[in-house]
Design a protein around this ligand. Sequence first.
Ligand code: GLP
Length: 261
Amino acid sequence: MEIIIQPTYQHLVSIAADIVKRALLKKPELVMGLATGSTPIGLYEALVRMHKEEGLDFSAVTTFNLDEYVGIPKTHPSSYHTFMETQFFRHVNIPVENRYLPQNTAADHGAFCERYEAAIARAGGIDIQILGIGREGHIGFNEPSSSLGSRTRIKTLTRSTLEANAPHFGGDIDAVPTLAITMGVGTIMEARQCLLLANGASKASAIASAVEGPITAEVPASVLQMHPCTVVLLDEAAASALKRAAYYRQVYANKLRLLGE
Ligand code: GLP
């Protein structure tokens, strides 16, 4: 894991956007795994800016979203379909047929999940997976106790996740869907690169467990310790419970020095 600690949220999203931009310039037909939630919003804003101001071209990109609620229509204002449309898709030139999201209205969820996995494989696998982290260490909607080898499937959301997401449903916890379709931990682990973003003190404990704790299904993000190419981008508050923060800063400073940046 490469741990990068930055003074502010804006700094961390600009580094994340730069990593995506470099990957896209190297491989125009990049396959991106996308996350929702408040954390990646600044990253999408930065990518939209690069598209509009620098002509960053997404016309050959394919995207797969991590997760979606079950039980609300795609057009619901808090669905992840709506989120992606509003925050990213309508502002860049990714062809509609290249955008994949879990279908919360599928008649047969099991069959849909198998088709989703097959579509990822057909696209050649995910090159860069964007990730946020839940307060209890979930990635996607893989709640604590998720199998570390799990594939795309339906999950039941924990009370903590329902509480965290209630503000998107008018503050009413009973309005938050209790089920979601999510890529599995095993699916995420097959991405060639993972970019995990976290900001704010509410993520400090989950980040400390994921980065420095034991690898355990209790903290699904901790399995990223086994991933060969994961970058963890943090602001000071999200990094505040890390024991080795000084060392991570030193490693990153040395990297920049070696790269002459
Ligand atoms: C949600 C999403 C995750 C997201 C996480 C953190 O439940 N399913 O993909 O990473 O929780 O959300 P936020 O970025 O809003 O803190």
